[in-house]
Design a protein around this ligand. Structure first.
Ligand code: SF4
Length: 444
């Protein structure tokens, strides 16, 4: 049976696509190559979020070729979508943009059929059997993943599920709308089926992810706009029993009263919202083409906190965006502390030549970006420590998803996004598994 390897760069959405591709290749008679085995087919799923991402793409392609000298090479994903000219510069057997994975499989089997299957078909009839296996179809979930491995078997302890792709917002620093295209939502029926499969496979937490997640089912001509993200979360929770749901990230303007209320009443909806802020001053937000101002962001955070006081609110912040002055940076620092955000993901601005911001005047010096990033990361560490202290004072029992078991210690993720380490002896005497949801008492 011909073998394959997929090398993936970039975000959770790209990783999810590679996961779907893996199952589709298995269904089409290929098998994943062992770690140290040379593969017959290699796919490199690239990223184009920054210039540095392109360097990593190139290094990964070189490594893939070196490790699999006989393989057919497929270069796909955001880098090729944004820079189709790489097809002339890079040596590969097939180039493919983003998505349309079934078509890609068709192209691969058509283009490489002889190389991949001819001499292999004779010594392995397994290929045929797979396609006609009724059992396989029974467990088929939306994206063709019919073999969801249990947590811990080389898989993650929590399951990232892509439910949406694309974005129409065009923030001035972001290349993603150019690489992943316009808003697209997966059919809710497929998502529910996959959630049930994931629960059956033993996962106890799924993280819904997308590019503009908060606009699930909000495409212009979508007839199911009422079946929005909040509706989807409720549906998943009614159609499963033991799963808890976390959302990977949501834009502040997409946070509805319904969603906040669900956060308050639904125990299985993780008490954590990751909300990109990006800048703490109005002129900066305008230059970034962000669809809100500081006042709007503040009011929304205060509304969420009033309804759900314990919620973890983490945020993305860009440091050193073109024209950012010392005062504007200070305003960002003050805002995140005034709002007592729980934790920050700090990104020193990195220009992408395909974006509007790249051509802006007032580019900030790299040394200043570094200094400011350091300051904001220290603020974030303090906020995170304060938040955890506050929560552990108010709550003594946590439900954690076991992420790691080493020696006599268990490490687990709480719904509030922070991890807790507990000595095994504190948990009842039985074999514990990665991905399991257990209750632990924490006294400070
Ligand atoms: S919302 Fe803005 S930052 Fe996020 S993917 Fe869309 S364009 Fe990029």
């Amino acid at each position: 049976m011909p073998t394959f390897k997929i090398y993936t760069l970039g975000c959770k959405v790209n990783q999810y696509d590679s996961g779907s591709l893996k199952y589709k290749l298995i269904k089409n008679g290929l098998k994943p190559a062992e770690k140290n085995q040379q593969a017959d087919l290699v796919i490199v799923n690239t990223c184009s979020v920054t210039k540095n991402a392109h360097r990593k793409d190139r290094r990964m392609i070189d490594k893939a070729k070196k490790d699999n000298p006989q393989a057919k090479i497929v270069v796909m994903g955001c880098w090729f979508k944004v820079y189709p000219e790489i097809e002339k510069k890079l040596q590969a057997d097939l180039f493919w943009p983003v998505g349309k994975l079934d078509k890609l499989i068709g192209e691969i089997t058509k283009k490489f059929n002889k190389e991949l299957f001819s001499n292999k078909r004779n010594d392995n009839d397994g290929v045929k059997k797979i396609n006609n296996n009724k059992k396989t179809n029974r467990r088929k979930s939306g994206d063709g993943r019919d073999i969801i491995k249990s947590p811990g078997q080389g898989e993650r302890s929590r399951y990232f599920m892509k439910v949406q792709d694309g974005c129409n917002q065009f923030c001035s620093y972001c290349v993603i709308p150019y690489s992943r295209g316009r808003l697209q939502s997966r059919a809710w029926e497929d998502i529910i089926r996959e959630a049930q499969e994931v629960e059956e496979a033993g996962y106890r937490e799924i993280i819904l992810c997308g590019i503009h997640l908060g606009l699930y089912n909000q495409e212009e001509n979508n007839q199911q706009k009422d079946k929005n993200l909040t509706w989807l979360i409720k549906k998943i929770l009614t159609r499963t029993k033991k799963l808890r749901v976390r959302i990977s990230s949501i834009e502040v303007n997409d946070i509805s009263d319904d969603l906040i209320n669900l956060l308050k009443i639904e125990k299985r909806f993780c008490n954590h919202l990751h909300i990109p802020l990006q800048g703490g001053e109005d002129k900066l937000l305008k230059l970034m083409n962000r669809p809100y101002d500081v006042k709007y962001f503040k009011n929304k955070i205060l509304q969420i906190r009033k309804t759900v006081p314990t919620v973890a609110i983490t945020a993305d912040v860009i440091v050193g965006f073109p024209t950012e002055s010392k005062q504007q940076f200070q305003q960002t620092c003050d805002l995140v502390q005034d709002l007592q955000l729980s934790k920050l993901h700090v990104f020193p601005y990195s220009g992408h030549e395909k974006t509007v911001a790249f051509k802006m005047s007032g580019q900030v010096d790299g040394k200043i970006k570094k200094e400011r990033s350091k300051i904001l990361r220290e603020i974030s560490d303090n906020l995170w420590n304060e938040y955890q202290k506050k929560i552990k004072k108010e709550i003594s029992q946590f439900e954690i998803v076991i992420e790691d078991i080493t020696g006599d210690t268990i490490l687990g993720k709480t719904e509030y996004y922070f991890d807790i380490k507990v000595p095994k002896i504190k948990i009842e005497e039985r074999k514990l598994k990665i991905g399991e949801l257990i209750k632990v008492d924490v006294s400070i």
